[in-house]
Ligand binder design. Sequence first.
Ligand code: C2O
Ligand code: CU
Length: 507
Amino acid sequence: MPALGGTPHDSEPETAMTPQLESDREPCREKTQSDDAHCDESQPWSRRAFLSGTALTLCGLAAGRAEAFANLQAEAVSLGHRDAPWYPLHVPTETSADLSTLTCAPALVDMGDGTLRGVLAYNGGFPGPTWIARTGDWITVKLVNQLNEPTITHWHGLVVNYANDGGPLLEIGPGAAYDYNFQIKQRAGLNFYHPHTHMLTGKQVCLGLAGAFIVRDAEEDALALPSGAYEVPLVIRDASFDNHGNLTYNPTTSGFNGKFPLVNGTLRPTLTVDRGVYRFRVLNGANARVFRLALSNGAPFTVIGNDGGLLRAPANVTPIDLGMAERLDLLIDFSALSAGQTVSLRCLAAKWDLLQFVGTGAPGIPYAVPATLSTIAPLVGPSQPSRTFTFDGMSRINGLEYDPYRIDFRVPFGVTERWRFKTGGNAPHPVHVHGASFQVVSRTGGRGKLYPWESGWKDTVLLSDRETVDVVIRFAAYQGEYDGQYVMHCHQLEHEGMGMMTNFKVI
Ligand code: C2O
Ligand code: CU
């Protein structure tokens, strides 16, 4: 693994990529009726909220705090400034498999700068607590809805039966609860949880509902990877704020594009690092943004895992395009970073510094990454596609918008199939399948190749402009008219909300 050497010029202001806020500045004004009306966003993707009158109003949450708007304006200036302060990276609370209650509710959180901002949170956290469970554990948890609109939680990447999968038909109303009870039957990996509410997923995720779910197992234990303070989850997303400094959901026709990056809910985050190897568990938690990750000194990342857990072998690579809902398991060696030196994790696409690492100079723990991480047998499927799905425009798969009550296809249990994903425009479409992991076997057109971080097991694959991607998939966990019902959809959450989703059954 290449040791990463920080160089003094890494932190030179003229090369730092700071979130720019020019367009956020607007004249100071009092909150008006139309501010609240604006919260309802009578956009196509929030038509349900608009029609049902159950629109969630974060706007009301922090109303009355007269200083909030002034703070935000001051902060808008400071965040966009190259010498703006950096705030310590928040690391979400960890919870074990036996957490019994998961509550969705509005909350006020500090994103680093001391301002309290309205969000929607799981158990008060933004992001929600990081579950740490092991293969074989049972998860028995009650979801409590303290929002003023329906919600339901999906365990993205965990293979569970229909009743535990948190699909759109399982939503619960305000004040209601839902009991989950399932066993983790899969290998170690970084999964995550988020709402999957019919037509409201994008809004609820954007306003803060998401968290990491880490599964561990004996195979991973045997690698003795960096742990404790040297293993850090990084939930990366973008966000925008309303006039009160609260998170706001204001998608455009190309989806929600926030003005600021957040890592673990922290604005302009910094992490002090010792002279050793760190393991980062990275999730793209954005609604509609693909991050092009790179280190500011050009050093490669050592990728050891992705959505479905460990890769067969480590890969040194940069940059990495990480689509919405995709995950990465990365090692970075800071042994050459001396006290006070900095290096940043960047998004080259947005020209953002996402996270600044600052050397402590203190000794860390070395780690020699093994040449072989895991044994992954190739899933051998047919050479021709068993099914083809075109992701059309912003709202259709094979020409159809999602209908919660229509089953579009049936897949035989235990049979290996080859699925072909094509785009009919408006890519990128990160394609996500519930109920099984798959192996990506080819990409033609567009970028025209597969990347090292797409090897092994995946549950989400990035389908970019003009691309055709083939995956091999086998459903071998749950089946039946009830247990075996799942969805496949685009994880650009505005596309999902507008109908780019399909129901199928494993029979
Ligand atoms: Cu992350 Cu069907 O969702
Ligand atoms: Cu899409």
